[in-house]
Design a binder for this molecule. Structure first.
Ligand code: CMC
Length: 470
């Protein structure tokens, strides 16, 4: 068996300071030299970029559990210690002291802005919040009961057709204007998706308001009455946006990078990110958590929910629990829980039954050996759904709000990738396990295939009702 050893000849892992590993064959002959790359924080990497050329072998890591897909200076996560830093700054400090647009600037450009820089950035974002009027008619093509994420990914994808003046990704000025347009327009797009679903008129953005307040106003105000802005709710929305803004190479960010690596325009990249985020194992989990808590209904049903989550024959999982990277309490969940408690206090809400249920579920799970031994702790989505509910956000808008916030992270990674001179198109290799080469068999010689058909017996025909959208 080939063996990976540090280049000084000791077995792998025995020497902390090796600057390269050698892949050796059974006779100890070096077949590839694999440089060791150091990280500024956390674990380093073995550079396998030339492995295939040198040793005629690939690495196998289908869900990237041990693969660094890129180098990045944006966000650092320590899953064991429960640490999350944006450009080196702890997430809780940002939630306490910063605003979403300041954090977006930090993620995009690497440093906190000066007062002038923040003014300019805020002004630029604020003046791009309106959508091309023609886009409003685009919404009319959707069914009223369409999920807002379906609408958002369609509308965001369509932005490239409305703003063709900013899709030359090799032009830094066009890149910047696309980034500003996307961050500015996401709240307007999401709010319009909501307004369309409830049959209310679209509300235009208001340039006097800050980013979270503007979004809340576009969601909740109606022309028939004066809208009263709540600073308490806007503060919670600001925290929510900051906490969800980036999380290094998660599924949707990796999707954005992968799509962007082909030099697709940023609107198409963000639409791809929205698609990935929508899944219930990723951003869709916040919606799933609340649905789960509502279904569980009362503490009396918690033991059964925990039993089902542990049963491998039951597809039910505790939504909002577990994480690929965090093997301790997700720091975002800690912040979310604190924000929620503050929100309850400030709005003088007492004894929210869903919060009591969530806390009890957390307590029971963290006492259960199944969750303890697998290091399954509450993740960001466990409490963020409760905050959104308290803000009056309907369930199907939860992931849309995650998308507004994560757009800052997606675009920071997209920008970093495009500006990296070593960037090439993403093109993983595979471990082929299909048939070896074989001849084509003509149709008449293949039999009737009645027994071994791979197709289902027949697809249901659409009913007249579903065709007309009833
Ligand atoms: N409930 C019950 N069992 C679980 C759960 C859960 N929520 N999560 C993981 N496990 C078990 C899993 O069955 C496996 O057990 P075993 O070793 O016996 O086979 C073990 O824990 C490891 O889980 P995994 O599925 O291999 O872990 P993963 O890293 O592939 O998946 C995850 C991570 C987040 C998809 C998963 O924990 C999960 O499905 N959680 C529920 C969905 C959720 O809350 N997602 C939000 C993630 S955070 C927000 C975001 O980044 O978007």
């Amino acid at each position: 068996m080939p063996e990976l050893v540090p280049s000084n000849g000791h077995a792998a892992g025995h020497t902390a300071h090796a600057d390269a590993y050698c892949l050796c064959d059974e006779d100890g002959r070096e077949v590839a030299r694999l440089p060791r790359l150091e990280a500024t924080l956390g674990v380093g990497a073995v550079d396998v970029r030339h492995l295939l050329d040198d040793a005629k072998i690939t690495t196998y890591d289908p869900s990237f559990s041990s693969t660094a897909s890129c180098s990045s200076a944006i966000t650092y996560v320590d899953g064991d210690a429960g640490v999350l830093l944006y450009r080196g700054i702890p997430i809780d400090a940002l939630v306490e002291k910063s605003t979403f647009l300041e954090v977006a600037y930090l993620l995009l450009f690497g440093e906190l802005p000066t007062a002038n820089e923040l003014d300019t950035f805020t002004n630029d974002i604020t003046h791009h919040t309106m959508l091309h009027e023609q886009l409003a008619s685009f919404y009319n093509g959707f069914r009223r009961d369409a999920h807002p994420m379906a609408v958002m990914l369609g509308v965001v994808g369509a932005l490239s057709a409305f703003y063709p003046d900013s899709i030359d990704i090799l032009d830094p000025a066009q890149r910047l204007i696309s980034i500003e347009r996307l961050i500015a327009k996401m709240p307007s797009i999401a709010a319009m998706a909501y307004k369309y679903s409830v049959g209310q008129p679209f509300v235009y953005p208001h340039n006097e308001l800050d980013y979270p307040s503007n979004f809340m106003r576009m969601m909740f105000s109606v022309p028939a009455e004066e809208y009263r802005q709540s600073p308490v709710l806007a503060k919670a929305m600001n925290a929510l946006l900051i906490v969800q803004a980036d999380h290094e190479q998660n599924a949707s960010t990796s999707t954005v990078r992968s799509v962007g690596s082909s030099r697709a325009n940023p609107f198409a990249c963000v639409a791809a990110g929205i698609s990935s985020l929508w899944g219930p194992l990723h951003g869709g989990a916040n919606e799933a958590v609340l649905a789960m808590l509502q279904r569980i209904g009362s503490t009396a049903n918690l033991p059964d929910a925990i039993r089902r989550a542990k049963d491998k024959d039951d597809p039910f999982r505790l939504m909002g629990f577990g994480h690929r990277v965090y093997k301790s309490y997700d720091p975002r969940a800690k912040v979310m829980r604190r924000i929620y408690e503050e929100l309850l206090e400030e709005t003088r809400t007492q004894g929210d039954p869903l919060f009591e249920l969530a806390k009890e579920l957390e307590r029971l799970a963290l006492e259960d050996d199944y969750f303890v031994s697998r290091k399954l702790y509450p993740n960001v989505d466990f409490y963020s759904g409760l905050i959104m509910k308290a803000l009056g956000i309907p369930l199907n808008m939860f992931t849309a709000i995650f998308a507004i916030s994560r757009t800052a992270g997606w675009l920071s990674h997209w920008k970093e990738m495009i500006e990296d001179p070593d960037q090439r198109i993403t093109r993983p290799r595979q471990l082929y396990i299909g048939p070896t080469q074989r001849p084509y068999v003509p149709l008449r010689a293949r039999g009737d295939g009645a027994s071994g058909s791979k197709l289902p017996a027949g697809l249901p025909m659409p009913s007249e009702k579903s065709i007309v959208g009833g």
